[in-house]
Design a protein around this ligand. Structure first.
Ligand code: GLC
Length: 715
């Protein structure tokens, strides 16, 4: 299809229509009938609706085929609709929430999960997914931290790349792939005070070094779309922010795909107070380089007038339309408007055992063992256990943005544990540790207590921020109750956002189980019973107190650094709490014990074109095989701009058999030691760099290297 010639055949209305995205009901209902007033509210009519370019959120192949047929039968230009949806961590097979996927540090499984999501989506009539969400999140009050890959730019970048490649493969026209839309550009995770949709005010230094790398990783991986965020950057909403959309995305990063707004976010710039009305919003959007307007009608209702009044050139509209037509061409829609939608295949592959098995494997690798005093885990098959707490019988393990996932199809923890022949007494879920005499008898008869604690699925996710990140509804009382009976206490934490766990550290074991998706309880029971060795590590820091937020591991030294455990009045610390995280970034225990030794670096000095190798030996000093996640952090000791005291620069998740040793090698290039100045220029400065290696961001040995050449290299 020659899209430039096709463009020439379109009327101005038809061009503008390609830039509008509407929910599916506009195409299903009889448009002449008012639909919840939205047709009127959006000032739409049948002609405009049947000139739209794409659909937001269809449900299955049948619906897509029905809409596409109806649309094409009424379309003069016969340009197929494109179908997009939020397949964030599963279409019907639900994988762990993205924060848990990041906790696996297993990017290969993230790719596999994305490949499965793409297959299930494409056969269901979806060609584009609004995923991955790669917003760096340092604030657990923000409900959408659950959708993110956590606080670290390097880890988030690796998962961003892995996920885009899984969705898109080598050819987005194939029946097994979809186009990926990275979101939310940019720095949405820095919403002030963790309140969703709130102002973002970060320095350009922080923007380029912390918040932008994970989006750039998606662009470098060939992502086809970028979705703008609801927030402002430099007091300009991202959806109409030229610095973001033109200077960075198109000029610096050479992105040539589609830029799509978030839901109604173009219209919302009126609420931001940066446009008087939808007409001004349309002007600012097309000028800034926004292509598709999702779920609002500023473009459809105003661009034609702006062009007729010579306020906007038609060339700008043509550029946006060409981006949309190119994407439709890449998706194979001109050859086959129904490409990939397949009712029969849909019935075979959706939520099939093979897909669920991968979801279980990823769930098992995402679980983080935070505490295990006296090796109370794995569970002992000769002991009697009782499961208590508000989530003791939950099946709701899919979490936020689970799309078409169905919690009712999931298994409960007790059903999963019973298949393991565990001796389990069962007490109905309760919000407080208050029991009848009969129940107390059962509880006292148990040797150990398993507490299923946490928050409900809807308590995190979009528009669900919280000021208090203690366990909700005083659930710590369950730990006090269990310890008052002198019982070993094992806590399972179901959650989206990280919690402050300080008040429940009396528990003997804490297993972080996030929301692990369709096979959550099969995975959890395999870990509890020791059939699988826990291997997850935290992608975010868990604070001791909410007052420490924002808390992240890669902090600057400050001019008065505080040394842990050393009292020195005029240093950077709190009178009433320790600075350090309760559980730091990169932390997670195993049933095995891994010993690090023999840390070496291959060179003492390098030039800017050089590379070098860091090696370390890791010995599994236990009887159980298992993964460890070997982490390498770097500190640039002296630089023009202050640099963090440590930054993740490499990691490897490695399987180590019982009583064996492996040698891990990290190859690092001088270029990797650079960073960005506030203009986004990459700097590589001479001087000493320290490398710290270990199994979390807080336990390591170190080696150093000197970068020669007294020239500041800007790339
Ligand atoms: C929502 C979310 C975004 C999602 C979009 C479409 O408001 O911010 O993540 O992709 O709308 O559902």
């Amino acid at each position: 299809m020659d899209i430039k010639n096709l463009l020439k055949t379109l009327t101005l209305d038809e061009k503008i229509g390609q830039l509008m995205q509407l929910p599916p009901f506009f195409f299903i209902e009889d448009i002449d009938v008012e639909i919840f007033g939205q047709v009127k509210a959006l000032n739409l009519n049948k002609k405009k609706i049947f000139e739209a370019g794409s659909v937001l959120g269809n449900n299955n192949a049948e619906q897509m085929i029905e809409i596409q047929k109806k649309y094409l039968s009424q379309s003069r230009h016969k340009i197929p609709l494109m179908f997009m949806a939020d397949v964030v961590h599963g279409f019907k097979t639900t994988f762990p929430v993205p924060l848990a996927i990041a906790a696996s540090w297993q990017t290969s499984l993230a790719t596999k999960a994305a490949q499965i999501q793409a297959k299930e989506s494409r056969t269901s009539g979806i060609q584009v997914t609004f995923s991955p969400m790669v917003d760096i999140s340092r604030d657990p009050r923000w409900g959408r931290i659950v959708e993110s890959f956590g606080e670290d730019p390097y880890l988030a970048s690796k998962f961003s790349e892995a996920t885009v490649k899984g969705y898109q493969g080598d050819d987005v026209s194939s029946d097994d792939h979809v186009a990926s839309c990275v979101k939310h550009f940019a720095a949405y995770g820095a919403s002030e005070a963790g309140r969703d949709y709130n102002t973002v005010d970060v320095s350009h230094y922080a923007l380029h070094n912390i918040y932008l790398p994970s989006y750039k990783a998606a662009v470098d991986a060939g992502v086809k779309l970028v979705m703008t965020s609801f927030n402002t950057i430099d007091a300009i909403p991202a959806t109409v922010n030229k610095y973001l959309l033109k200077d960075i995305l198109k000029e610096q990063w050479k992105f040539n795909g589609v830029v799509i707004s978030d839901y109604d976010s173009l219209h919302q710039i009126v609420a931001h107070g940066v446009a008087k009305n939808d007409k001004e919003a349309a002007f600012r959007g097309i000028e800034a380089g926004l292509d598709i307007e999702m779920a609002s009608t500023c473009y459809t209702n105003n661009l034609k007038a702006l062009i007729n009044e010579n306020k906007v050139t038609e060339k700008l509209v043509d550029e946006a339309v060409l981006n949309v037509l190119k994407l439709k061409k890449d998706l194979g829609l001109f050859e086959d408007p129904f490409k990939g939608a397949n009712i029969e295949r849909q019935s075979k592959i959706i939520r099939c055992e093979q897909h669920l098995d991968v979801a279980q494997q990823l769930a098992e690798e995402s679980i983080v063992l935070l505490k295990n005093d006296e090796q109370v885990l794995p569970l002992n098959k000769t002991l009697n256990y009782v499961i208590l707490g508000p989530y003791a019988e939950t099946k709701k393990t899919n979490g936020a943005w689970a799309g078409h996932g169905d919690n009712s199809l999931n298994t409960t923890l007790s059903d999963a544990l019973i298949t393991k022949n565990m001796h389990l007494a069962f007490i109905k879920s309760s919000k407080k540790p208050i029991y009848t005499d009969e129940e107390m008898k059962k509880i006292k008869a148990a040797d150990q207590i398993i507490l299923a604690l946490g928050e409900d699925e809807y308590e995190s996710g979009e528009a669900h921020s919280k000021v208090d990140i203690q366990l909700p509804r005083q659930q710590e009382e369950f730990v006090d109750f269990s310890k008052s009976l002198n019982k070993k206490t094992i806590v399972l934490l179901y959650h989206g956002r990280p919690f402050v766990l300080t008040n429940m550290m009396k528990a003997d074991a804490i297993l972080d189980v996030f929301y692990l998706g369709s096979r959550a309880h099969q995975a959890i029971s395999n870990i509890l019973c020791g059939d699988v060795n826990p291997s997850g590590k935290l992608p975010v820091s868990y604070p001791r107190h909410g007052g420490l937020i924002p808390l992240y591991y890669n902090q600057f030294s400050t001019g008065r650094p505080h040394e842990k455990g050393v009292y020195s009045e005029y240093t950077s610390f709190y009178l009433d709490e320790e600075n350090e995280a309760l559980f730091p970034f990169g932390f997670g225990l195993s049933y095995a014990r891994f010993m690090y030794s023999n840390l070496k670096i291959s060179k003492q000095e390098i030039n800017v074109k050089d590379d070098f190798i860091i090696t370390v030996d890791v010995y599994n000093d236990s009887d159980m095989d298992g993964y460890d996640i070997v982490q390498c952090y770097v500190q640039d000791l002296v630089s023009y701009y202050a640099r963090p005291t440590k930054e993740l620069i490499r990691f490897e998740k490695v399987w180590i058999k019982a009583h064996t040793k492996v040698t891990i090698k990290f190859k690092i290039f001088a270029f990797d030691l650079g960073y960005y100045d506030p203009k986004g220029l990459r700097l590589l400065e001479p001087g000493e760099f320290k490398f710290m290696v270990g199994s979390s961001s807080e336990t390591f040995d170190s080696v150093s290297i000197k970068l020669l050449e007294d020239t500041h290299h800007a790339y």
